[in-house]
Ligand binder design. Structure first.
Ligand code: G4P
Length: 295
């Protein structure tokens, strides 16, 4: 399902989003709460062009709650409202309608001043692949009303799906490309499952994940695999070995099967088995390299 983004795809996505936005009162921007920076489209401000925007930090159930709150404060400081949600279970979803209503108060005032009867608010969901757009739509409108997929390039008549009495949601979400600013962003996207495993070396992604865990969440990592503490984040090979031995990822001859360990670690991390994790903080500066040209 993940899209490989080339300049042509980006231009098309940009065009499609611009088209959608012409009819929209409020934009719902879906980010992954574990990587709010890397899962944000690099030109979201330009794309939404001053429309009221609500950020949803989705998969909040998998993210570190304290860091999610820091992100919300961070966005707020920039004048953008953000809410944590878990589209899968529905936690936080009820707050979306009222938040959209708050953001469009001036629009309502304008309608009233013109003597118009306020109509329902028109919203669209935007976000990178796998961030949870379909899941959220199903949550908001109920499965029966929701459209089947969000395949780009399939043109059909746009429809509005009712969310309560005040909100109407465009039936297809806008699919945006993630940041490609550097290798680290790519690894973070891969760790969370936002980009296909085939695009990067599985072992590299797992090594990155293990080093991150050993540095930032050492207790959670040690507890999960019954590792002796303290861990050495600089010796990733040793971590692979230790986990492999504990979990019986052994090939003939008693050697640890590194591929198996990589697969195990990523699967468990993504499923939240190591507890709630956030890979990037609001306060840390973004690393920008020469590659930062493709956004
Ligand atoms: P998309 O439309 O933006 O591409 O994303 P989609 O809704 O298909 O969701 C991508 C994956 O993320 C799905 O899992 C979905 O269940 C999961 N997901 C969405 N929202 C949440 C959330 O708030 N919390 C958690 N924990 N997961 C969420 P999948 O791997 O495709 O399938 P499965 O693992 O559910 O079988």
């Amino acid at each position: 399902k993940t899209i490989q983004w080339f300049p042509g795809h980006m231009a098309k996505a940009r065009r499609e989003v611009k088209e959608k936005l012409s009819q929209i009162d409020v934009v719902i921007e879906l980010l992954d709460a574990r990587i709010p920076r890397s899962s944000q489209n690099p030109i979201i401000e330009e794309l939404t062009d001053g429309k009221p925007r609500l950020i949803l930090l989705n998969k909040a159930d998998l993210a570190d709650e304290g860091k999610t709150n820091e992100w919300i404060a961070h966005f707020k400081k920039d004048g953008v409202d953000a809410l944590p949600v878990d589209a899968q279970s529905g936690t936080g979803v009820k707050r979306i309608g009222p938040a959209c209503r708050m953001l469009t108060q001036s629009l309502h005032d304008k309608w009233r001043a013109k003597g118009m009867k306020p109509r329902e608010l028109r919203a669209v969901i935007l976000g990178i692949p796998n961030v949870g757009k379909s899941t959220l739509m199903n949550r908001l409108v109920g499965k029966r009303q929701a459209p089947v997929g969000d395949r780009p390039g399939v043109t059909k008549k746009q429809q509005w799906l009712k969310v309560g009495s005040e909100l109407a949601l465009l039936d297809t979400p806008g699919i945006l490309w993630p940041k490609f600013s550097n290798q680290e962003v790519g690894l973070r996207l891969a760790v969370t499952g936002a980009i296909k495993d085939e695009l990067l070396d599985y072992g590299d992604v797992a090594a990155y994940a293990l080093q991150f865990l050993a540095r930032t969440y050492p207790h959670q990592l040690a507890a999960r695999y019954d590792l002796s503490y303290p861990l050495d984040p600089e010796d990733i090979g040793e971590l692979f070995e230790a986990i492999g031995k504990k979990r019986g990822c052994i090939v003939r001859g008693g050697m640890v099967d590194m591929d198996k360990v990589a697969e195990l670690v990523l699967r468990e991390l993504r499923a939240g088995k190591m507890g709630r994790l956030t890979l990037e903080t609001a306060s840390e500066k973004e690393v920008v390299t020469d590659e930062d040209s493709r956004g």
